[in-house]
Design a protein. Structure first.
Length: 326
């Protein structure tokens, strides 16, 4: 396992977004690590909802609901992080150089960076999910993943059909968003223009598009009620694929993010290519903290040189501890 060999620990933590959820996520860590159990129990208390039972037992249909799955993934991810920290404190020479998360995962990253409390974040993402669902009913829409078409061509397809770019995930994978009939028209046009395939996404609305404006307005009102501090670890934001440390800008970016493109590919390239860590010429090592391996897959497509470990089970934590030399 070469990720953190020779105590070479220039790495970033990455956190998954909606779609990473699965029934049973977090149970192993809950059973094995008191630090993880505390997080799940806190979430139950704050939400007034047995989110732990939903994570561990489902049903899948309920866990997939936007207003449930957002706090569930955030809870499982922070539980994974706290379990890891309980055996390997991520400080000093083992401190991450940066944190970032995909869409919803940006809130998890901010908790990890000490910018937002877990209590505020889990409550906020529950509301974010509710606001997104409400906006979806108000402005119905959907999303689709366009595979194998250049970004330029995909942008032209969007311009011609009135759809929008929602996620720039990895080379040759762009998610589009908009009203259902427009996304269908864009999907057909993309295939005509040479897309290898277009996959309709199983989502309840046109997320990361202007149809989410009502959600952004409600989220903005909620942002005014919570405290955001300057992060202790550098945070890369989805909307501009760069660092942001100003609490007011972080709040503004989170509001904009609901209705804007998620610049995931650019965010990873920003970290991997810049002279963030002179010894390695950029950050090449990543730890995906939370359910699933979606981000590890995207990383491989963005740059095959990047290495990624996952933290979602006790075995994963043991592997990372051994890799670092603990």
């Amino acid at each position: 396992m070469g990720l953190l060999h020779n105590r070479m620990v220039d790495f970033a933590l990455i956190f998954p977004g909606q779609g990473a959820q699965y029934v049973g996520m977090g149970k192993d860590l809950y059973d094995q690590f008191p630090a993880a159990k505390v997080i799940f129990e806190k979430a139950n208390h704050i939400l007034g909802l047995d989110i732990t039972k939903l994570c561990f037992e489902g049903p899948k249909e309920e866990l997939t609901r936007t207003d449930i799955c957002q706090p569930a993934i955030l809870t499982a991810s922070i539980a994974s992080l706290r379990a890891l920290e309980s055996v390997l404190p991520l400080s000093g020479q083992f401190a991450p150089k940066a944190v970032l998360g995909l869409s919803l995962g940006e809130y998890t990253a901010l908790v990890a960076a000490g910018s937002m409390t877990f209590e505020d974040a889990v409550s906020l993402v529950r509301k974010r999910g509710q606001f997104m669902e409400e906006a979806s009913r108000q402005n119905p829409g959907t999303m689709a993943s366009v595979i194998g078409l250049s970004l330029e061509e995909t942008k032209k397809v969007c311009a011609e059909t009135g759809t929008e770019i929602a996620n720039l995930n990895s080379p040759g994978q762009v998610v589009i968003s908009g009203a259902k009939e427009k996304v269908e028209a864009a999907s057909n046009l993309a295939k005509e223009r040479g897309a290898r395939k277009v996959i309709p996404l199983d989502v309840s609305g046109a997320f990361h598009s202007s149809l989410m404006e009502p959600a952004a307005q409600k989220l903005n009102a909620e942002m005014g009620k919570i405290e955001v501090k300057s992060p202790k670890i550098k945070v890369v934001t989805n909307v501009n694929a760069g660092y942001e440390s100003s609490p007011e800008e972080i709040k503004a970016n989170l509001v904009a993010q609901v209705k804007s493109s998620v610049m995931w590919e650019d965010s990873i390239k920003f970290l991997a290519g810049r002279e963030q860590s002179p010894s390695a010429g950029g950050i090449k090592r990543y730890i995906e903290v939370g359910p699933g391996k979606v981000l590890a897959g995207l990383l491989r497509r963005i740059d095959p040189q990047l290495e990624c470990l996952n933290v979602e089970t006790t075995a994963d934590i043991t592997a990372i501890k051994e890799a670092i030399g603990g």
